[in-house]
Design a protein around this ligand. Structure first.
Ligand SMILES: NC(=O)c1ccc[n+]([C@@H]2O[C@H](COP(=O)([O-])OP(=O)(O)OC[C@H]3O[C@@H](n4cnc5c(N)ncnc54)[C@H](O)[C@@H]3O)[C@@H](O)[C@H]2O)c1
Ligand SMILES: [Zn+2]
Ligand SMILES: [Zn+2]
Length: 345
């Protein structure tokens, strides 16, 4: 088969690789229809994830068709269309039993990390029963790649962790795919105010069209603008979806008394926590790696037209042009790209 292989810092190549096979009874092999590129894949290219060695097939997002099944997988059928979760989970270990699938002892973030991933014609998915979700016919397969990672992350690590509530106020810092997914899922809880913050005015315009009540360009006066939008009170729910010190600082400045900060961003450097200001303000701070335990509920929301996922995948390329897909995603702002899909059909 053909696969997109990480060949060393900064480079990916389409190479011939052996087609994966079922190795243990709980595995499935999936033939890809669509895969997508995540910001995390770009981190890998930059060399930020040293555990990933050259030779690894990248990708933890995708939709495909079940090609073969291990003897212990009873809930799926050959030929069935499935969504591949970014997290593989056994469902039985002590972390899975607590809903912490991200920390599954024999699973977690495996695809495109510990084992070969989804940016290939075929992928072996461990713990297939819980790591693959049947994809209803009514859901567009290409758009659904955003439900592998971005939507569960926006919902679980953002909206649910930040306690978004009916009538509450929400600030989302970062209008990438994850911030947009947080916006779209926050709306399901009917807050009275959602404000998106980003440097990219194009992304802020998209956020506005997706239902943000207001947008603020990240600049030195962003704090003042955000406070003004809440009559000086700050936000009940603040979601950090960038992953740099400046944005986590901003979140701490604009959270209301009794509010909750949800950190979603992946941080590579030290970030200050201002307990000297926050200790008396009854603030909660939550941080998490996505467990993807909401995926089947998200798919039901899409199926019942309660959640529109169609806006996240903005660009798509045939697999033969996968390196170009990476180039486009690396210059996302210039190309007005949110999520970039790779098509195998
Ligand atoms: N916790 C998890 O399990 C999990 C899962 C997936 C992704 N993530 C992380 O979530 C974050 C967002 O992911 P994404 O795919 O949307 O990434 P992205 O890079 O596409 O989006 C980040 C956005 O932040 C904006 N930004 C950069 N600097 C800014 C600043 N100073 N002020 C305001 N905005 C700024 C960028 O313009 C961009 O729109 C990343 O850090 C990613 O690694 C976390
Ligand atoms: Zn991802
Ligand atoms: Zn487990």
């Amino acid at each position: 088969m053909q696969a997109l292989v990480y060949t060393g810092p900064g480079t990916v190549e389409v190479l011939d690789r052996p087609k994966p096979t079922v190795q243990v009874p709980t595995d499935a092999v999936v033939r890809l229809l669509h895969a997508s590129i995540c910001g995390t894949d770009l981190h890998i290219l930059k060399g930020d994830v040293p555990s990933i060695e050259p030779g690894r097939v990248l990708g933890h997002e995708g939709v495909g068709v079940v090609e073969s099944l291990g003897s212990a997988v009873h809930t799926l059928q050959l030929g069935q269309r499935v969504l591949i979760s970014c997290m593989t989970s056994c469902g039985a270990c002590r972390f899975c039993q607590r809903g912490l699938a991200a920390h599954c002892i024999t699973g977690g973030w495996t695809l495109g990390n510990k084992i070969d991933g989804t940016q290939a014609e075929y992928v072996r998915v461990p713990h297939a029963t819980l790591s693959l979700h049947p994809l209803p016919d009514s859901i567009d397969a290409r758009a659904a790649v955003a439900v592998s990672d971005a939507f569960p992350t926006g919902l679980e690590c953002g909206v649910l962790s930040a306690g978004v509530q009916l009538g509450g106020s929400v600030a989302i810092v970062g209008a990438g795919p994850v911030g947009m997914a947080a916006l779209l899922t926050a709306r399901l809880y009917t807050p009275s105010l959602i404000v998106m913050v980003d440097l990219d005015e194009g992304r802020l315009a998209t956020a506005h069209s997706l239902g943000a009540h207001a947008t603020v360009v990240s600049s030195p006066d962003a704090e003042q603008k955000l406070m003004d939008l809440t009559g000086g009170q700050g936000f009940d729910s603040v979601i950090e979806a960038v992953g740099i010190p400046a944005t986590f600082e901003l979140c701490q400045k604009v959270v209301a008394v009794g509010g909750r900060i949800a950190n979603v961003g992946v941080h590579g450097t030290k970030v200050d926590l201002h307990l000297e200001r926050l200790w008396e303000r009854n603030i909660s701070i939550h941080m998490s790696l996505v467990n993807a335990t909401t995926t089947s509920r998200l798919l039901r929301l899409v199926e019942s037209n309660m959640l529109d996922i169609s806006s996240l995948v903005t660009h798509h390329f045939p697999f033969t042009e996968a390196p170009k897909a990476y180039e486009t995603f690396q210059a996302a702002s210039q190309h007005k790209a949110l999520k970039v899909a790779i098509d195998f059909t």
